[in-house]
Design a binder for this molecule. Sequence first.
Ligand code: AMP
Ligand code: ZN
Length: 468
Amino acid sequence: MALRFYNTLTLRVEEFQPARDLTVRMYTCGPTVYDYAHIGNFRTFTFFDILRRVLRDRGFRLDHVMNITDVDDKIIRNATAQGKSLEEYTRVYTEAFLEDCKALRLERPEHLVRATEHIPEMVAAIRALSGKQYTYESEGSTYYRIASFPEYGKLSHNDFTGIKAGARVEVDTYDKNDARDFALWKAPKEGEPFWETEIGKGRPGWHIECSVMAMKYLGETLDIHGGGVDLIFPHHENEIAQSEALTGRPFARFWLHSEFLLVEGQRMGKSLGNYYTLRDLLSRGYQPETIRYLLASVPYRKALNFTFDGLKSAATAIERLRNFRLRLQTDAYPEGMNEKLRERTRSAERDFVASLEDDLNTAEALAAVFEYVRDMNTAMDSGEFRAGNAGPALDLLAHFDSIFEVLEPSAAAAGLSDEEVEKLIAERNRARRERNFARSDEIRQELLNQGIILEDTREGARWKRKLS
Ligand code: AMP
Ligand code: ZN
């Protein structure tokens, strides 16, 4: 079977091929660097990473652009309040984002591009849109006139006939002719930073940034455009309106959108205050690869409910795979090859690939691997496993890890010193004395995540380091 994706534009699962040669030209919407990203954001970025790896695994090359939104209303508000330049303010969060991506083993796109470094190109695009009569000005700002783009709504499948053009509304404190119209260029308010350009003083709107940077690096028609489902409308609809008005060509062939990370049924988000940053979870002792596993384990089009139990199961799942690998690497088996088990390895590999080809069904792909591990463990226990079966099994694990990348422990995990271990054990003893068993279990798990095994004896807790 071939690689298939659900395309938001057509509402269908379609076979994917890049338009030209074997290179996939892909654009994904990146972070707005006004604060630390939360793990909801990272669910979307992990989806992009899995998408990249599966595309490469299926033989394609990647040309992937992701933007960093380093100018927007929140950034300007916060930077101004702190008396910082935009650059000073956003540098911290841009660096933090890149560090977090690295910790989560997210591959870096071929082009990671900042909005503020593309202002002249955005101004040129806005001028071109004005030349084609797609814009109007109001109080120093430039707006896109949706009424001049009849296909508006084709991505979100919204019917806008009910919204009356010409009704004057105030949205975002800017004046617009039509509720759907959006700012391409925003005039500065008192005390705000701005760029001095041919279209006046101001700053770009969010939507134009993506259209301009996508087409600058990838050409007029992208193979894939991705983002979270919240971006379908209005952001991606607006990107289409701008880009297609400029070029007269389809902006993207495939539109892929990932569902939310939820907390107790609600979207994890800054405004609800129900969020964890990656740093929050690492400081509680969870490993980055555990978080990566959890975020990747549910297919991207299904909502994923975040719980600490879910994180614990993710840690256990990784542990099972590591133990299996260790067993393959270190145990001695009788010479020869068990052909039935070799065929079982092949079928596991086929199922693994087929699941990923099926619109990135990561849950099925993981199930294929875990069923396989169970079967192999059984074969090892019963003495059927042969030395010759170890190589193909290790190859399958390597293939699995080229997509999921969770088998190697993070560098920091190897680094708990004896003193740090003793300190955590002392804290656990204290928790037990206070009958705070939840905390004591949590510390045991933390230590286990760090490769430390605890054994409770009558003389107190003994510990040892795991060998893997
Ligand atoms: P932002 O930095 O706010 O522009 O968001 C970056 C990305 O995170 C966007 O693609 C959003 O769709 C995505 N996002 C925001 N909240 C969540 C969530 N709870 N679950 C999954 N993705 C999210
Ligand atoms: Zn975008």
